[in-house]
Design a binder for this molecule. Sequence first.
Ligand code: HC1
Ligand code: SF4
Length: 574
Amino acid sequence: KVTVTINDKEVTVPREYTILNAAVEAGVKIPTLCHLDLHDLKMVNRTASCRVCMVDVEGSPRLAPACATPVNDGMNIRTDTMKAITARRLSVELLLSNHPTDCLVCQKNLQCELQALAHELGIREIHYSGERNSFHLDTSSQAVIKNQDKCILCRRCETACNAVQTCGILSALNRGFETTVGPAFNLPMVETSCTYCGGCVAVCPTAALTEVNHVPKVWEALRNPKKYVVVQTAPAIRVALGELFGMKPGTIVTGKLAAGLRRIGFDKVFDTDFGADVTILEEASELLHRLENGGTLPMLTSCCPAWVSFIEHQFPDLVDIPSSCKSPHIMVGTIIKTYYAEKHNINPEDITVVSIMPCVAKKAEAARTELSIDDHENVDIVITTRELAMMFKEAGIDFDKLPDEDYDHPLGVTTGASVIFGTTGGVIEAAVRTVHEWKTGEELEQIEYEQLRGIEGLREGKVQVNGMELNIGIAHGLGNARKLLEDIRNGQSQYHAIEIMACPGGCIGGGGQPYHYGNEEVVKARQKAIYQEDQRKNVRKSHLNKEVLKMYEEYFDKPYSEKAHKLLHTTYTP
Ligand code: HC1
Ligand code: SF4
């Protein structure tokens, strides 16, 4: 341990701390732009490129970047000298001098870290006016917009894309004033092997990387009297949306969410969780089928579209191992346009299905033609948690004052097993609850599988099912997934089933969720809330969802039937 003094406050901290870490302990805020430290999720950006965190260290003639300077015993640090403040302002003013000033109409207005910092430093004038960069706006993809004019070269997106996701799409291009970040040869995103995981979007401090805004399309559908507009919400929305209305991370807003969606005009408010329960019935059947018939093992979960895109691009030789199940929200789209439409005598052509997702990749997934039925898309529009909050605000919804309402029948009837899909480990835990009861015919007493829970990027757990030991692997973050896939490729994998989610934390940490700007406590609070929501449910196993069972009886016959195969399963393209 070492003892340092920051602005007259003495703190004793571990030797490996930086000045920035020590300042947090001392209760002193040092602003940063490029820094990112999600320690448990292994997402750390220490480029020291923005020079915003400069501090005065006694005895040193030069200022030091707090994020990259280790503490020494006896160090006396000041963050508030004229020299440090002037340097900080200078760094921000230089960034602003090469930054568009369209804040009023920017997608990140009031959510931009550069804007917030300029405000905190009281910058009211931009000096150093001169030439500005002007790059091509990349709107080539269905999911991510890249506006390099707004890039401040913090390199956080590179860390997310390369160090965490190992996708290798984004890196520095050009030199000097022309320096920017983008794919090799600055190719349009659509021509790269981007998975649209949104990891870069989640950490970009400005609007250099944002999701494609599909809010206008939703309003258009809602205002079209000919359209029957149905909405579904992903499991992870209910534990994060409240943050955008000033609530604490981890506040559960399921009832208000349903009420708000009804207020803005959706004809039916359904739940992706219903699709998650269906997924479990299909996926558990598929796993048992593979186990009992010598099929390909391990079986990998297939709900995360960025992960699916990753395996298609990076491990084309392994595309026969993910489960063939469509993802839950695509299943719900299919069910609405087949079973539900037939039952209620609605022409599927007149239905618009909108998915509210914590995810950017779901936008690209919904556009995949192999998932459509009879040439029309299952899910017509996908918007993120952030986009939904914008809609509520635009509609003047006072979210906090909304009453708690229920989802609509039948596709709003769900179980605790489906809610936990929203966190890493949840899909496989939900599957095990069902596999266990199906195989033993006995009621599972301890349904919470602690060995499958946690926040570590790579985990494993063993579960006993009817005398058989199942080895389960869990990865979140595509870099962790890569390790498991390499083992499979080398014939070294010991697992029967593996759950993979692209985003750190799973969907709760998705690229479309409220920005957490490096605070991993936010992700942990959302995870805790997901497990609380499971505990609040009366029914906590997918195979006991009465409306799901009724649907099978009326329409699909049984899980893994021929009709289920035709409508609820898919194939992958190497
Ligand atoms: Fe997910 Fe899923 S859990 S993929 O993370 O399987 O996005 O929340 O909706 O489809 O159910 C996301 C979340 C989500 C699907 C489900
Ligand atoms: Fe990389 Fe994911 Fe961003 Fe694509 S969306 S550039 S894969 S971090």
